[in-house]
Design a protein around this ligand. Structure first.
Ligand SMILES: [Zn+2]
Length: 250
């Protein structure tokens, strides 16, 4: 079986207090957290995991994230072109870990891709509780943005292609999933935001954006069991355009 080549691409960043990612610990420690999306290929398929953040002005002014930053080169289509040489229409598969604004911003741009998401996340995105509503912006995923037939809504674990598995990792959101690639260096897991930082896994500590804390810790266990390496959603320790040397699971 062909191995996957997996590349982490920076699609902007968020200036944050670390306490927001480590359940109120580390108050006063400033973090510049990258927004990661991932491009991967096995030589046949071109795959994206998450599609980054779109319309920085809107993101900042709407209050989705007042401390977000993005250069023109970090906008997903431009970053993807310079990192991989891919045009949006060439992408075969998009996988969303979840539908927060910084993970699905450019879904509409990938007009030829099937978009894989857990059904539970699609439903939860239209029915968020008041404190989390600002993270779900329908402009990125409703039927005006993405025709319904383009979604591949999943009900649990699914092998998308040989060596490419998605599996539910709920807790940060109801229908959150993570993605596992059989890559040259081992099993590489794009964790999404259930682990925003590698430290969430190492210290066994949840982030502050949680819908079910018990499930977060179960998801950590699943990731530890299945992965050799992790690409957490906002880990500052990963270098832009890395293809190897990702953080280990512990
Ligand atoms: Zn999130």
């Amino acid at each position: 079986m062909k191995k996957w080549r997996v590349k982490a691409i920076r699609g902007g960043s968020i200036s944050a207090d670390k306490s927001g990612c480590t359940h109120y610990r580390n108050f006063g420690v400033k973090l510049e957290m990258p927004i990661w999306f991932v491009a991967a290929t096995n030589g046949d398929l071109k795959v994206l995991v998450d599609t980054g953040m779109k319309d920085l002005d809107w993101v900042v002014k709407s209050g989705a994230e007042p401390f977000a930053h993005q250069t023109a080169e970090e906008e997903t289509p431009a970053a993807l072109k310079s990192a991989m040489g891919w045009e949006p229409d060439e992408v075969d598969v998009v996988i969303n870990t979840h539908l927060h604004y910084d993970h699905c911003g450019y879904n509409a741009a990938f007009g030829n891709a099937a978009i894989y998401l857990q059904r539970k996340e699609y439903e939860a995105a239209f029915d968020a509780t008041p404190g989390l509503r600002h993270l779900y912006a329908a402009r990125y995923f409703d039927k005006r943005a993405v025709p319904y037939f383009r979604w591949k809504l999943l009900d649990g674990e699914e092998l998308i292609a040989p060596g490419l598995l998605v599996f539910p990792t709920p807790g940060h959101s109801h229908g959150h999933q993570s993605v596992l690639f059989d890559a040259g260096e081992g099993a590489v897991c794009v964790t999404g935001d259930v682990a925003a930082l590698a430290e969430n896994i190492y210290e066994n500590i949840e982030t502050n954006i949680v819908v079910d804390a018990g499930k977060v810790y179960e998801s950590f266990e699943t990731i530890r069991r299945r992965a050799d390496f992790i690409i957490p959603g906002h880990e500052p320790g990963i270098a832009n355009l890395s293809e190897c040397g990702f953080p280990t699971v512990g």
